[in-house]
Design a binder for this molecule. Structure first.
Ligand SMILES: [Zn+2]
Length: 133
């Protein structure tokens, strides 16, 4: 199923992805990223804003999925935990593409790329995925 671009919390993330932008929520008062999106900052309860990131990141961890565990995603594919350059404390759950799993290394530099994913039902949607630089 495609993500809901009108979702009050996560919708702006998917709208940005449709425009080839990687955006996450940020508290200007604390000057820190807040991820996943929330209604307000868990630290100061301040308002959160969506901030565009460069798309540069590093790879924290990954797993190659070989079995069909989600009908919307046909294996094989690689899931990854990715840390954006501007917010290394954030863990983006994403896919690693354009690389074999045995060539991946912890802390390797990655760059965002935007690809259309086709769910089993509904329209394809753009998602921020990552590949080695
Ligand atoms: Zn805050």
């Amino acid at each position: 199923m495609a993500p809901d671009r009108n979702d009050p919390l996560a919708g702006p993330f998917w709208q940005a992805a449709a425009n080839s932008e990687l955006r996450i929520t940020w508290c200007e008062h604390c000057d820190r990223a807040v991820w996943y999106p929330k209604a307000d900052c868990p630290q100061c309860q301040g308002e959160l804003h969506w901030r565009a990131l460069s798309g540069d990141a590093t790879l924290l961890s990954w797993s190659e999925v070989l079995a069909p565990i989600n009908p919307d995603h046909a294996p094989p594919y690689i899931t990854g935990l990715v840390c954006p350059l501007e917010a290394p404390e954030v863990r983006l759950v994403t896919r690693i593409v354009d690389c074999e799993a045995d060539r991946l290394r912890c802390d390797m530099p990655l760059r965002v790329c935007f690809r259309a994913l086709q769910p089993r039902e509904g329209q394809p949607f753009m998602a921020p995925l990552f590949s080695p630089c």
